[in-house]
Design a protein around this ligand. Sequence first.
Ligand SMILES: Nc1ncnc2c1ncn2[C@@H]1O[C@H](COP(=O)(O)OP(=O)(O)OP(=O)(O)O)[C@@H](O)[C@H]1O
Ligand SMILES: [Mg+2]
Length: 375
Amino acid sequence: MTQTEPTAGGKPNPQTKGRPVGSGSDEDMGDMRNALLIGIDLGTSRTSIASINGVRKTVESYVGWAKDPVSRKHLGRDIIFGKAALDNRLSVDLYRPLEHGVIKHTGDGDEKNDEYNKNLEAAQELVRHIVHMTEPGRDDVLYGVVGVPAQATKRNKQAILEICQGVLDSVMIVSEPFAVAYGMERTSDVLVIDIGAGTTDLVRMHGTMPGDDDQVSFNIAGDAIDRKLLELIKKNHPEAQITITMCKRIKEQYGFVSSAQDRIMVTLPVDGKPTEHDLTKEVKEACEIIVQPILDGIHKLVSSFDPEFQEKLRNNIILAGGGGTLDGLNKRIEDGLDRVGGGSVTVVDEPMYAGANGSLQLAADMPAEYWQQLK
Ligand SMILES: Nc1ncnc2c1ncn2[C@@H]1O[C@H](COP(=O)(O)OP(=O)(O)OP(=O)(O)O)[C@@H](O)[C@H]1O
Ligand SMILES: [Mg+2]
């Protein structure tokens, strides 16, 4: 990687790295002979990267700094990432730098506090780490397209852009569901629903870059289900010892929103003793909280669309993001749509990499003027 300033308007020459599809002639390719194109999905719970050289990596969005010399010796380094950071949370200062898909900050407009700055630094280290995992060559010029939640504000996007500029040579910020649609080459009459940890983002595509009216975003997503599950287990099984991380794992293993389901029996400690609990009711109730907001979001985007294309949109709904894999969710949404004319909902092929793949594709296709801009 070179240490050059980000090149405003510089366009990579993707042909040097085996670009998947192309647009653009040799004249407008500029002089970026060592361009390395990458797509990043910067998520609240998981950050993924896809590079044009074929490398794909994903890491849980945790960053941990060793607390003291003892923990530094124990860990063998100052900073650790992903699951390792989570597993060693007692010996590190642990950060999950994004919340609701944007840099975590406390409340009011004045974001320049210590916690915010530390989260900014953690996010940048996370991006640096995952880019490093793709093993870029020393002379590679890094062109990265980074997907962020659909309704991140201009200021949120600016903060993420600045973080990435410290690591990449040229950056473009895009809305994540748009990246997913683009990667699937489904940019017209399709409605993408990206269910992440912090936010659920719905975007309707009609052949151009989506505008504000084409997007709906809300904070009921994977983390909200985990919090609800924790609340229900604490209420119904006060004797059980449970944490939010355990709830996340239970949801990922057993979560469902269909009607028929085997009993969900989970072993949880009670006073230190492993004890079986029937959590069927709690898991179902927690997972259910996502269904109605999604149906409302679909309704809003479909009903305000050109009437001649509404049916097409309803029949081309795509679920992406980790939450999109929730058992029975596509069928459940289809059932909900029956009341408003029916619809067809499918789950994207690679929920883990759909955002990063789409961002990579955008990196390969976008003309010069889109780089360094906030889209
Ligand atoms: N099998 C599963 N069933 C239900 N939920 C799951 C499953 N696998 C992962 N998840 C949940 O998906 C969420 C993570 O999805 P994803 O990785 O797309 O989020 P993210 O991109 O990090 O978040 P955001 O887009 O909000 O910033 C987490 O809440 C995780 O628990
Ligand atoms: Mg996401």
